[in-house]
Design a protein around this ligand. Structure first.
Ligand code: IPE
Ligand code: IPE
Ligand code: MG
Length: 245
């Protein structure tokens, strides 16, 4: 039986799905392992999940991998995470042909300039080589913060006011949206957070105004396709009103 036949049918799918990949540390600690072992497992689950989302027809997937606040962690843990991003990028580059066939565009959301130089180079390479693809948009938020993203947009617009390109009273919500990392993308319809925490932790602050949320106690390394199906079937039942009736 081909793998395709086993895919479930969804009446409505989120066009844009956000995932806060949380719980790696606790997963490792529960097993008496170093936190980095949890991140390693989390990276494996991320690859599997992204592949599954692409197969079932989700068009935009944004995953939260490292926040602007995560620099507060012990240096050793931060270093292990940077190594994992590096490994992922090397792997993504090795998959260039497969990704091209699938039409995968990979983007990084966040301030890259604070990342190790080698990582910045790999990010540039991957973004440039996938930028013309438009079947599946995979956005990886690294050194990302929703507040930093809005602040960045404010600075871009302030600069335009300074140059006389626009007047303060001309600033619209759309102009702010257009200067976020998600410019030209729909807002996330559904945001999933495993690990038992029920908060956004600075993820998609602007874009989540009307998102649906789904929380689970499952730790990210234990997250499976079945967990995702559960969230997606629940999403199908939601009644979104956007302020209307
Ligand atoms: C998420 O898992 C990964 C990152 C934040 C980088 P955590 O490392 O936050 O795992 P917990 O929340 O400590 O279990
Ligand atoms: C949010 O998780 C960031 C990522 C999953 C990358 P955290 O573990 O950093 O969030 P808090 O500290 O529990 O709010
Ligand atoms: Mg956490």
């Amino acid at each position: 039986m081909s793998e395709e036949i086993k895919l479930p049918h969804f009446d409505i799918l989120p066009e844009h799905l956000g995932i806060i990949m949380d719980g790696n540390g606790r997963w490792a600690e529960k097993r008496g392992l170093e936190r980095s072992a949890g991140h390693k497992e989390g990276a494996r689950v991320f690859k599997k999940t992204a592949d599954y989302c692409q197969k079932i027809g989700i068009k935009y997937l944004t995953v939260y991998a490292f926040s602007t606040e995560n620099w507060k962690r012990p240096q050793k843990e931060v270093h292990a995470l940077m190594e994992l991003f590096d490994e992922y990028l090397d792997w993504a580059i090795s998959q260039e042909k497969e990704n091209e066939e699938k039409g995968v565009r990979i983007s990084f959301f966040g301030d890259e300039t604070k990342l190790p130089e080698e990582l910045q180079g790999l990010i540039e390479y991957v973004q440039n080589h996938t930028k013309d693809k438009n079947k599946f948009f995979l956005n990886i938020a690294v050194n990302y913060g929703g507040r930093a993203e809005i602040t960045r947009a404010a600075k871009i617009l302030a600069e335009k006011v300074k140059n006389g390109e626009i007047k303060p009273e001309d600033i619209t919500e759309k102009m702010i949206s257009d200067n976020l990392y998600t410019a030209d993308m729909p807002d996330p319809d559904l945001i999933i957070r495993p690990s038992g925490e029920e908060r956004l932790s600075n993820f998609m602050t602007w874009q989540s105004a009307y998102s649906e949320f789904w929380f689970s106690d499952v730790l990210w390394p234990d997250f499976t396709e079945e967990t995702l199906n559960e969230a997606l079937f629940d999403f199908e039942k939601r009644h979104r009103r956007f302020g209307g009736v």
